[in-house]
Ligand binder design. Structure first.
Ligand SMILES: Cc1cc2nc3c(=O)[nH]c(=O)nc-3n(C[C@H](O)[C@H](O)[C@H](O)COP(=O)(O)O)c2cc1C
Length: 226
């Protein structure tokens, strides 16, 4: 559907864009015993390969209790056997949605490796000490930014935002300890399923999904049609 601003040649027409994914087979017997170990394996490969600008960038989807979804990119800050942690403003749209409805999806779009990981699970606020410890590691400017921005609210102008930032910078000059804002902190998404997707030729992709067994009885692995 070309318009005055778009042309339909094969470099710019999305319908004509077609990648052939060439990669090693990804089989059940090559999987780690649990999904967090499998995630660690892929994450290290992606990060070490240097092919992605921010390999820890992930798309977090949330939904209202009525089921209206919303998505945005955030940065993964830690992961371990307990789950995946990111930090944000608890009053933001995602913060409010997760408070009302804790179910979340995380998607890691690792396109240069023809890989994708999708996590579904439940989000819990991390303990305050964990937020404060992470906040301390952030650069001074980012600490002030967390105070300056009422994330997801409407603001009249960029100047308003920079004025708020400058007021805070005057109150807390470089070197001065900035307290962690009470409305800011981490969410840990505890997975109930993690799907690992590896692209292949002819759209015969591998999709291997770990699903948590009821009663915390380990994980079962299932293969999904691509
Ligand atoms: C690469 C990238 C990384 C981001 N990382 C974060 C993050 O770690 N935490 C965060 O709150 N917002 C982050 N953002 C901004 C969010 O995408 C989003 O604009 C913001 O959190 C407000 O989302 P909401 O209104 O849906 O709650 C990032 C954006 C990009 C593009």
């Amino acid at each position: 559907m070309p318009t005055a601003d778009s042309s339909s040649d094969s470099t710019t027409d999305p319908a004509a864009m077609r990648e052939q994914y060439r990669s090693e087979a990804f089989t059940e017997d090559s999987l780690a015993a649990d999904p967090m170990r499998q995630f660690a394996r892929w994450f290290r490969q992606v990060a070490a390969g240097g092919m992605l600008h921010e390999p820890n960038a992930m798309v977090v989807s949330t939904a209202t209790p009525e089921g209206r979804p919303s998505s945005r990119t955030v940065l993964l800050k830690t992961y371990d056997e307990r789950g995946f942690v990111f930090f944000t403003n608890y009053g933001s749209r995602k913060g409010r949605e997760l408070t009302a409805n804790p179910y979340a999806s995380l998607l890691f779009p690792w396109h240069p490796l023809a890989r994708q990981v999708i996590v579904t699970g439940t989000a819990f606020r991390v303990p305050r000490e964990e937020t404060v410890a992470y906040f301390r590691t952030r650069p001074h400017g980012s600490q002030l930014g967390a105070w300056a921005s009422d994330q997801s609210t409407v603001i009249g102008s960029r100047e308003e935002l920079t004025h708020r930032y400058e007021d805070l910078a005057a109150r807390y000059p470089e070197g001065e300890k900035v307290p962690a804002p009470p409305h800011w902190g981490g969410f840990r998404v505890v997975p109930d399923a993690i799907e690992f997707w590896q692209g292949h030729e002819n759209r015969l992709h591998d999709r291997l999904r770990y699903v948590r067994e009821a009663g915390d009885a380990g994980w079962r692995v299932e293969r999904l049609c691509p």
